[in-house]
Design a protein around this ligand. Structure first.
Ligand code: FES
Ligand SMILES: [Fe+2]
Length: 345
């Protein structure tokens, strides 16, 4: 698994994390997330005694008790009670992970704890803003997270994989977005000018409009996307660059998505979508989220099938096109960060 370790990985939507210890998996490591007096704590999900999962344990006054033979852990990972034994060996300690809640997600830092810096959490700040009406969901993949990242880094597939569900037409395959490198990610900008905006699940227009979409893909696999519909002529007025969102006539929407490698051939995909209150309501949010869920199942079917072929291929090689610029750039950034981690070890 060639993924960056010094990065924040999404393990849960913040409001779906139960009070009880919750099992999760990142980069093949079992992790339990729990709360000690309201504070988030993340442990390796493996009791030091006989390796039972601590996620089957229970919280007791800010501590976590393994419910196999009763070892009690305080939030720094140290065992503070072994029922029936006075002596507690110094090695009775589990690994802990930096964990935090931000932008509606729970994030776990998988690398050197000394380097955990919350400023490296990608800015999914639309989700903190009450001006946006947000919905969220998730699904699991039997495929490498890398393949899901690559799917989200090349939207030309939308014209084919989602031809029916999103009714996207050929725009995505025929328009090549601008691709801009960032320190830990890639930014795409795209105008579709002077065409009717008609998607099955969205409000259709028959008159031509200009549609702006900007999306960023951040390490380790966080997509942040913003889209808005403008009167015709706006793309030219802003010289095909970022417009003033206050001039949008409809469809001011925001999406944040996260791909977390759970194991070598497994990933968990979190996706959220929000519409600005001035342009939609809860019913619209629910309709769109349901449509996106159907569309993302189409990605899952294709990517898992791709994985099965890859697994049958002794030395897989690919043949990138102009649409792969973002994929190539992002994979290069990941490789450089990973090599840097390995040489600094
Ligand atoms: S496995 Fe946890 S106390 Fe025995
Ligand atoms: Fe897709």
């Amino acid at each position: 698994m060639n993924y960056v370790r010094n990065a924040w990985y999404v393990v849960s939507w913040a409001d779906s994390l139960a009070e009880a210890p919750t099992a999760t998996m990142v980069l093949g490591e079992p992790i339990v997330v729990w709360r000690s007096g309201g504070e988030l704590v993340a442990f390796e999900d493996r009791c030091v005694h006989r390796l039972a999962p601590l996620s089957r344990g229970r919280c007791e006054d800010g501590k976590l008790r393994c419910m196999y033979h009763g070892f009690l852990y305080e939030p720094r990972g140290t065992v503070v009670q072994i029922p029936g034994q006075q002596n507690i060996p110094a090695i009775a300690k589990v690994r802990t992970y930096p964990v935090t809640s931000k932008h509606g997600w729970i994030w776990v830092w998988m690398g050197d704890p000394a380097l955990a810096d919350e400023k490296l959490i990608p800015p999914a700040d639309g989700f903190d803003d009450p001006a946006w009406i947000r919905g969220e969901s998730q699904m699991d993949y039997d495929a490498e997270a890398r393949l899901v990242n690559e799917n989200l880094l090349d939207f030309s597939h939308i014209s084919f994989v989602h031809a029916e569900s999103l009714g996207a037409g050929m725009d995505y395959a025929e328009t090549v977005p601008d691709v801009i490198a960032m320190p830990r990610g890639v930014r795409f900008e795209r105008w579709t000018a002077g065409k009717p905006f008609s998607r099955t699940s969205f409000k259709a227009t028959t008159d031509p409009v200009d549609v702006w979409q900007a999306y960023e893909y951040h390490v380790p696999g966080i997509l942040l996307s913003r889209r808005a519909v403008f009167p015709p002529g706006t793309a030219a007025e802003f010289k095909l660059k970022c417009p003033d969102y206050s001039r949008a006539i409809s469809e001011v929407t925001f999406s944040a998505q996260a791909v977390t490698p759970t194991s070598e051939f497994g990933a968990r995909y979190f996706f959220g979508w929000a519409i600005h209150r001035d342009h939609g309501d809860e019913a619209r949010r629910d309709r769109t989220l349901a449509a996106l869920e159907r569309a993302f199942l189409e990605d899952k079917v294709m990517i898992e099938a791709q994985q099965r072929i890859l697994n049958l291929t002794p030395s897989p090689s690919v043949m990138p096109t102009v649409h792969d610029r973002g994929v190539v750039l992002f994979n290069k950034i990941v490789e450089e960060l990973r090599n840097q981690e390995l040489t600094e070890k």
